[in-house]
Design a protein around this ligand. Structure first.
Ligand SMILES: Cc1ncc(COP(=O)(O)O)c(C=O)c1O
Length: 393
């Protein structure tokens, strides 16, 4: 990070105290624009689970994004608030704006969702029966199980119908009088193996074809009265946390050409559910050294943020967030711990920081916008970090 940026961070820490989580909305806008420029035919449904901060939702909405929600509270967070946002483009239909992309929904949630006639995903027969009973008016998207090989977060053991049973599930939905509007998949989060996307697109294309051959109607009628099918390519778009992560440009080129090849008909509406890609690089955390000890010859720094809080992504997301000092100096291996009484609250046993940092010195972690404050707890009475916004319009 350049000196000028460090000075801004230090000023924010002085003004607001620590820990402090800084969200740069200009960077979010940049990420969104890159996504749309490189995948111009794909509507982005921002996966709110990655970071549900309301100001991020507002920024995404202003940019023209739609939303992927995972629970009823997330649905309400978007739904109740987008009504009050200034609308940059006209969005008449709630189902253009929100997909409920959790294949398992409690009956009482389905009953509430039915009122909104929202789009929801499903991947099994029990869920279909529940939907028939409690939410017969929602639109359905069948989530299929696809390879997650080489992705940082694996999702296929928990979600997705086997491609071999997909058309039978569509048949069941038709039999129950429910409307299947499309197919979705998720290649696993932080996917660095782009073959996952190719294989998933091939599965989806074959399923659409087989359903057509068997005369099962998939799709919906759009505002212009045209029949359209949804192809939801999920999330997984990788963030360059480290130089070995492949470029989004390469992925977008592959996706564009594969989609064109496999779905030549103009009746396909492609959507995606990017989470990490939009927010990871837009956020920085500043934390403070609040204690120091030497154990077994190694310096241990105790910080006022840790793995029960903003560093929770290390556990749930398998993503390390290396700490940096504002001070220069020769680096030495040290341990960094969070503030709680649990030894599990270990950020790293092998961080590299300048020698001899002092209590009250500040540290920062970059690219920490996704799956971080979203899963922060109040463990031991320590609240989640405060949040500061930069470059909000
Ligand atoms: C259904 C679904 N959609 C989208 C996402 C967002 O994925 P990513 O952050 O990799 O873009 C996830 C992440 O777990 C998910 O489960």
């Amino acid at each position: 990070m350049i000196r000028k940026q460090l000075e801004i961070l230090e000023r924010i820490a002085r003004e607001h105290g620590t820990p402090v989580f800084i969200i740069d909305h200009e960077k979010i806008r940049e990420n969104y624009r890159e996504f749309r420029e490189k995948l111009p035919d794909v509507q982005a449904y921002f996966a709110v689970k990655a970071n549900s901060n309301l100001e991020i939702i507002k920024t995404m909405y202003d940019l023209g994004a739609s939303f992927d929600v995972a629970s009823f509270p997330e649905f309400m967070l978007v739904h109740d608030n987008i009504k009050h946002f200034p609308q940059k483009e006209r969005q008449d239909f709630i189902w253009d704006k929100i997909i409920y992309a959790n294949t398992i929904k409690p009956a009482e949630v389905l009953a509430k969702l039915n009122e909104y006639k929202i789009l929801v995903t499903f991947d099994n027969i029990e869920e279909l029966r529940k939907i028939k009973k409690h939410a017969p008016d929602v639109g359905l998207v069948l989530r299929i199980r696809v390879p997650n090989t080489g992705s940082m977060v694996e999702l296929s053991s928990k979600f997705g119908a086997h491609p071999g049973e997909a058309v039978d599930l569509i048949a069941e939905a038709v039999k129950l009088g429910l409307g299947v509007e499309g197919i979705s998949f998720h290649v696993g989060s932080q996917c660095n193996n782009f073959d996952n996307y190719s294989q998933a697109l091939n599965f989806a294309s074959s399923i659409f074809k087989e359903a057509e051959l068997r005369n099962y109607q998939i799709g919906f009628i759009d505002r212009e009265g045209k029949k359209r099918k949804i192809l939801d390519i999920g999330g997984g778009f990788p963030v360059k946390y480290t130089p070995d992560v492949k470029s989004f440009t390469a992925l977008s080129e592959k996706l564009n050409s594969e989609i064109k090849r496999l779905f030549p008909d103009k009746d396909i509406q492609v959507i995606a559910e990017p989470g990490r890609f939009m927010v990871a690089t837009a956020c920085t955390l500043i934390t403070k050294i609040v204690g120091k000890a030497v154990r077994d010859g190694k310096t241990c720094y105790y910080l006022n943020d840790g793995v029960y809080h903003t560093f929770s992504g290390q556990v749930f997301d398998h993503q390390p967030y290396p700490l940096h000092s504002f001070k220069d100096g020769e680096k030495k291996v040290c341990a960094t711990f969070g503030p709680t009484c649990d030894a599990f609250d270990t950020i790293s046993l092998a961080d590299e920081l300048p020698e001899d940092l002092q209590i009250d010195d500040l540290l920062y972690a970059e690219n920490i916008g996704a799956y971080s404050i979203a899963s922060s707890t109040y463990f031991n009475g320590f609240p989640p970090t405060k949040v500061v916004h930069l470059n909000k319009l």
